[in-house]
Design a protein around this ligand. Sequence first.
Ligand code: NAP
Length: 215
Amino acid sequence: MKVGIIGGTGGIGQGMALRLSQTHTVYIGSRIEEKAQAACELCGYALKVLGLPFDLLPTTNQGVVDESEIVVFSIPAENLERTIEGLTGLEGKIVISLMNPMIRTDFFKYNPPEDGSAALKLQKLLPESKVVAAFNNIPAGKWQQLSEPLDYSVCVCSDFDDAKERVMELVNSISELKALDAGPLAVSPYIEAITPLVINIARFSKMRDVGVYFK
Ligand SMILES: NC(=O)c1ccc[n+]([C@@H]2O[C@H](COP(=O)([O-])OP(=O)(O)OC[C@H]3O[C@@H](n4cnc5c(N)ncnc54)[C@H](OP(=O)(O)O)[C@@H]3O)[C@@H](O)[C@H]2O)c1
């Protein structure tokens, strides 16, 4: 599959690129193409050292939309409107939201927008795209630890069955991730809210890379 990551230079974006580019074509997108180039070089070097194959290309966020079948929004949720304003051609595309809006007080708290969740807001902003919430609960550090399997459950929800199936296929192609159909996009607030929960558990229980596995 051709997968592009808007904000692909961040911790999650580079981690996803490291895993996905071994079996898919991945475009790392950025507001600044040179930043995407640097992230690609870093990821490419790490993969080359391990003798792993990869197909990884730098581009702008608009380049991601132009080239990809699946577009991942991997930016802080509060920057959605401004980012989308600058992009064209998202109509008809599968768009993944892994964004978890939260605030930090003396603990991490889910802080959804008025629409109910980042994914629901994204669908409202992009009525002609097929938004799928997925990959919300995997820590960036775990994506990046290539020596270890990625063995979490991935809750996937969307109002578009074809898009959901395609994304579940993508999930199941990565290491030992297991996609679970969580229903319509209206379920996304519950999925996003798991992330502050696991971060609080990691912090207060002194654990690392806490994630979820449902069985
Ligand atoms: N970190 C985690 O463990 C984790 C786990 C699950 C889900 N998530 C979610 O994944 C998303 C990305 O997380 P992250 O930790 O990778 O975030 P991040 O490093 O803070 O940001 C990711 C990228 O977003 C772009 N960005 C930053 N500010 C922006 C702005 N004002 N407008 C447009 N783009 C901007 C930047 O790319 P350029 O400067 O190159 O454009 C940046 O590299 C978040 O929504 C987060 O909730 C994170």
